[in-house]
Design a protein around this ligand. Structure first.
Ligand SMILES: [Zn+2]
Length: 1074
């Protein structure tokens, strides 16, 4: 039998227990006369029936019933487990939350629920309703709970209803006053629930007062127009002092000016109004958590007026790689010297001078630097004048800059030399410390050629009168595109004909091409916010390879780009990936945007689009984009709009590209051939599907500009195109074909699975591999190994496909095959499957042995041949294949006997040094030569060789020494750790090193930076056990919340899980047939 609603209702709300204690009861219930009991009872707003006060049962509701059906998750707990009348609730125990309405009743017993008790659940819902303003859906359900007039309760009279309504309104008012008002502080943004929340909205400044701004992004009421910046770095005390005058314009009336400042000791701050003669003192508030300061004006700042903020400050030159930082190096006489340089992108301009440090807040800059008269000072603009200040100190004043973002401001103070050449009205100069000045000529020639190319291609002149390129002795990234003053790591700018290899030449050319492209993409037109960083970096990367192909076709840089795309796709196929354009706010999130996806995926999407739109349309589109937004900022949509201007309705580029920019990952296209019909189908490529993401993963849809070729027409001009904008489609060919290859030259960002047709392609490669281009061959190798990881294709077939490699002579397919086989070899080796790993190496020896034997130990041949030789011999010597080590050790010993004066083939130095470093004597000698070498190209090969030793003490010493920046600079650390973690003796050491030095590492390199990303991924990438998975997870969880939330940490965990999955899927099979 079911108890009536009234009875059960009384059970919970019967006075005087619960109701007497909770004002919420009075909100919804009022006294009435009850006909059943002939006395007074309680009527409630949702039932309308009168409930007798004395009807009270002691029934307990099952706990799970209450928790599951009645209330939401966690929250504030009200314990109703005990008999309500005996234990009335205290008001404090009930937290009324108007915003989230969360309340939980817990501990009501553990009964099984029977039919009768279902009604109690209904009552429980009612109880919930009486407290909280539930959804309308629930409210509708309440209609079913209304008591029939024939029941035990009477329907209240009209008079009662009127009286009750009046009581109801009064009670609500009282509740509002008692419960809401004291907790509500009305601010500009409305009512905030509690004072506690108020603190979150307006945090406390360092002096204990309320800081008038709580967001990471700056308010939009004031914008900067111009900065006058004066700096005096002291390379003896390693401190600097500065003063800045910022002219700002007021857009909305306000009393505060909020801007960025980090780690600066501000000694004076004042404000001057336009035309005002006297600077008025202001109150300065600091909120270091957001790197913000607030200038509190004595009176309201008027809309449309300009004001000048004057700030004087001092700080130490930084010992990290950010802001205005110091570098120690040895000069030609081995004396210690200091070098001061800047690196502001993304968020470090604020640590050199107070500023509005957001990319869209562009302004002009007038910079003055006081320096020792023997040193050189450089900044973005040409020098206007040099004036003496005091004994030995002079001041350089630079011309006022163009309108630009703060992260592009730069200055360098050091002992420098340069060479220069003029082109198209701009003076190009390359600077280096004196002992390196004979290595800058290649960079100067390359820069001039590329600058001319870009000006013609964009149809916009480089707007400054000078362009300086400076080699910085210690630099975290490869280079930085500061407008007019591009800074480089020495290895990416200095070319030494004796020691720089073919690969080094490519690297220098690529980095210069990248940074010069930024002078337009990034400097002239800047992304509005860091979420669209790809507009800067994707474009610069795309232009880097495009310009190299156009200006230096002999470098075959397109093959390098291909290999980079493969690596970016590996990252993008994990759950930890992110859309190219992703919302970011915190500094770690912004730092983490500088990853392979912004750079390489961004670039490869542009490559795909260029091929689809055609060369001319693409070029015209980017001209329009640059013209439309010059000296301003842009979002992704602005780029698509510019493209749509050119396509003029024939193609909606925005619609097409949004599927690529806003989706993470990429599609897997499955192709099934049946006569003339080719069925194609797309799905998301994911190594590992997580059950909770299954639905969202399945709903992905890309608009894929497919390309394909067949045996009927296998030259590049015969490429066919098809836009797949549905989940599946059928292409009808004019005739039957022997084979079909999609994604011609890998110009599209997707992977293709040929279902039953892989055998045809494997046979094609065996019979006539040149029927496909080298890039297509590399593409097939990459795709089949990826499909094998996914379990869609057998690893056996993947190995069969590369059997043709004996005939291969192109770099791209060979390097891709070596990369895939090395991944497998490394996993097996670290898993303790030494025999199986040896079988993989035997297979490689079989495939490439002849090719290795054919190599000469010289620098002869085309750049492409030299590069391939360098890769093959370094691999062979590392893994002791064929006679590599014998040849290498002979050369190393001769070099050692000559005390390093004998010149070695630059392309083979790496192979020779790796072999030489296997002995103790060789390693020590190499380290000695490293310390004295003036060639950065040579030093970088030495570092790799030193880090490839199997002596664990030496490995530990190397990592620690580099972190301290003693013999080996800290800029080399991530390279060292990456090399150490590849080897069997080193991979656990590398992880231990990262763990033990985590605090030091994040202080030096910043959480989320590219270096930290690399350190985490390389030191964990070889793990393939659940124990390691747990260890890595636990380690980062034990660190700060910011650390455990890093995307690269998630990626590291994804990679380990993938490795585990790969082993489970393939180990047994490999043991059988390899
Ligand atoms: Zn860049």
């Amino acid at each position: 039998m079911k108890p009536t609603f009234c009875q059960t209702y009384v059970l919970y709300l019967s006075p005087p227990s619960f109701c007497s204690a909770s004002p919420a009861f009075y909100l919804f219930c009022w006294p009435c006369s009850c006909s059943t009991c002939h006395g007074w009872g309680w009527s409630c707003v949702l039932t309308g029936c009168c409930l007798c006060k004395w009807l009270r049962y002691q029934i307990q509701l099952p706990r799970n019933m209450i928790e599951n059906s009645m209330f939401e998750e966690e929250p504030d707990v009200v314990d109703l487990a005990k008999e309500p009348c005996l234990h009335p609730l205290e008001p404090d125990e009930v937290e009324y939350e108007p915003r989230s309405s969360r309340l939980l009743v817990r501990g009501l017993g553990e009964h099984e629920m029977d039919d009768d008790e279902e009604d109690y659940e209904s009552s429980a819902k009612l109880l919930g309703m009486s407290f909280i303003n539930r959804s309308s859906g629930l409210r509708n359900n309440m209609a079913g709970y209304r008591q029939s007039p024939d029941g035990s309760c009477s329907v209240p009279s009209t008079r009662t209803m009127v009286v009750c309504a009046a009581v109801f309104v009064t009670v609500i008012s009282v509740i509002m006053v008692i419960y809401l008002l004291p907790k509500c502080t009305f601010t500009k943004e409305g009512c905030h629930k509690k004072n506690r929340t108020m603190e979150l909205i307006y945090p406390l400044a360092t002096n204990g007062k309320l800081f008038p701004w709580a967001k990471m992004r700056l308010p939009s009421d004031v914008v900067p127009l111009h900065y006058d910046l004066e700096l005096q770095p002291n390379l003896t005390t390693l401190k600097f002092s500065g003063s800045v005058k910022i002219v700002v314009n007021v857009l909305q009336v306000t009393r505060k000016i909020v801007l960025h400042s980090s780690g600066l000791n501000i000694t004076k701050a004042s404000l001057t109004s336009t035309g005002g003669r006297q600077a008025k003192p202001v109150e300065l508030l600091e909120y270091p958590l957001h790197d913000q300061i607030a200038i509190m004006a004595p009176e309201a700042l008027l809309v449309g007026q300009n004001y000048t903020v004057n700030i004087e400050y001092s700080a130490n030159l930084s010992d990290t790689y950010y802001g205005f930082y110091k570098i120690s190096y040895k000069d030609e006489d081995s004396k210690q010297r200091w070098f001061a340089a800047t690196q502001f992108e993304p968020l470090a301009a604020r640590s050199a001078f107070p500023c509005f440090d957001e990319p869209a807040l562009k302004a002009t800059f007038l910079i003055k630097i006081k320096r020792d008269e023997k040193l050189t000072a450089l900044s973005n603009m040409p020098k206007k004048a040099t004036t003496p200040v005091t004994n030995g100190i002079v001041q350089d004043e630079f011309f006022v800059s163009l309108k630009m973002s703060t992260y592009l401001v730069a200055f360098v103070v050091a002992d420098l030399k340069n060479i220069s050449r003029e082109t198209n009205g701009s003076l190009v100069s390359v600077y280096a410390i004196p002992q390196h000045i004979n290595q800058v000529e290649y960079a100067l020639n390359t820069t001039v050629k590329l600058l001319e190319f870009y000006q013609k291609y964009f149809l916009i002149d480089y707007p400054l009168e000078k362009l300086d390129l400076v080699a910085i002795p210690d630099f975290q990234s490869g280079a930085m595109e500061n407008w007019g003053l591009v800074t480089f790591r020495e290895t990416t700018l200095l070319y030494d004909s004796k020691t720089s290899s073919a690969r080094d030449k490519k690297l220098i050319t690529a980095v210069i091409a990248h940074e010069l492209a930024h002078q337009w993409f990034g400097n002239l037109v800047t992304m509005e916010w860091w979420n669209d960083l790809w507009l800067n970096e994707g474009f610069a990367t795309f232009m880097e390879y495009f310009a190299m192909e156009e200006v230096f076709p002999e470098l075959h840089s397109d093959e390098d780009f291909l290999n980079l795309i493969f690596k970016a796709m590996m990252k993008d196929s994990m759950n930890s990936s992110h859309p190219v354009s992703s919302a970011v706010q915190s500094s770690e999130q912004i730092e983490e945007m500088f990853d392979a996806l912004s750079y390489i995926k961004g670039a490869s999407l542009l490559l795909m689009l260029k091929n689809y739109l055609t060369e001319d349309v693409f070029q015209a589109s980017i001209e329009v984009y640059l013209h439309n937004h010059d000296y301003g900022s842009a979002q992704s949509d602005d780029l698509w709009d510019s493209m749509n201007e050119i396509t003029n309705g024939t193609l909606d580029v925005k619609k097409l590209m949004k599927t690529w920019i806003l989706n993470k990952g990429f599609p897997l296209v499955t192709v099934v051939r049946s006569g003339r019909n080719i069925s194609i189908q797309q799905e998301k490529f994911l190594y590992r599907v997580e059950p909770e993401n299954w639905t969202s993963d399945a709903s992905y849809l890309w608009h894929i500009p497919l390309t394909y070729m067949t045996n009927r027409c296998n030259f590049t001009h015969c490429v066919n195109a098809y836009l797949l904008d549905q989940k599946s489609a059928v292409i009808e060919l004019p005739e039957e074909v022997e084979w079909i290859k999609f994604n011609v030259d890998m110009n599209g960002y997707y992977i293709v699975h040929y279902a039953e047709d892989w055998k045809t392609l494997i046979d094609l490669l065996k019979k006539n591999h040149t029927a496909l281009s080298a890039k297509d061959r590399a593409n097939l190798i990459n795709n089949i190994f990826n499909l094998a990881s996914l379990g869609k294709e057998s690893l056996e077939n993947a190995f069969e496909l590369i059997d043709y490699l004996k005939e291969e002579s192109s770099t791209a397919p060979l390097t891709q095959a070596l990369f895939q086989l090395s991944l497998i070899y490394n996993l097996l080796e670290k898993k303790g499957e030494q025999q199986l790993a040896a079988r993989v190496m035997y297979r490689i020896d079989n495939l490439l042995g002849n090719k290795i034997d054919q190599q000469h130990w010289t620098d002869n041949g085309t750049l492409s041949e030299r590069e391939l030789r360098s890769i093959l011999l370094a691999f062979a010597c590392t893994h002791d294949i064929r006679q590599c080590r014998t040849a290498a050790i002979g050369m190393f010993e001769k070099w050692m006997k000559s005390d390093g004066t004998m010149s070695l083939p630059s392309d083979l130095m790496k192979a020779i040094f790796i072999t030489g470093a296997k002995t103790n004597e060789g390693w020590e000698f190499l380290l000695k030569m490293y310390s004295s070498s003036v060639s950065e190209a040579e030093k970088s090969k030495m570092i790799e060789a030193l880090a490839s030793t199997e002596d664990v003490r030496k490995l530990i010493w190397l990592m620690h020494n580099s972190l301290e920046g003693e013999v080996i600079r800290a800029q080399e650390l991530s390279h060292i750790v990456a090399t150490v973690s590849q080897s069997l003796p080193g991979y656990l050491l590398a992880w231990d090193f990262v763990k033990e030095n985590w605090e030091k590492l994040t202080r030096k390199f910043h959480l989320g930076s590219y270096t930290i990303q690399n350190l985490i991924s390389s030191s964990t990438s070889q793990f393939a056990t659940r124990a390691h998975l747990l260890e890595v997870k636990t380690f980062f969880e034990s660190k700060s919340e910011e650390s455990s939330k890093l995307r690269c940490v998630k990626e590291a965990l994804d990679t380990i899980q993938l490795n585990i999955q790969w082993m489970e899927r393939n180990l047994a099979k490999l043991q059988k047939w390899l």
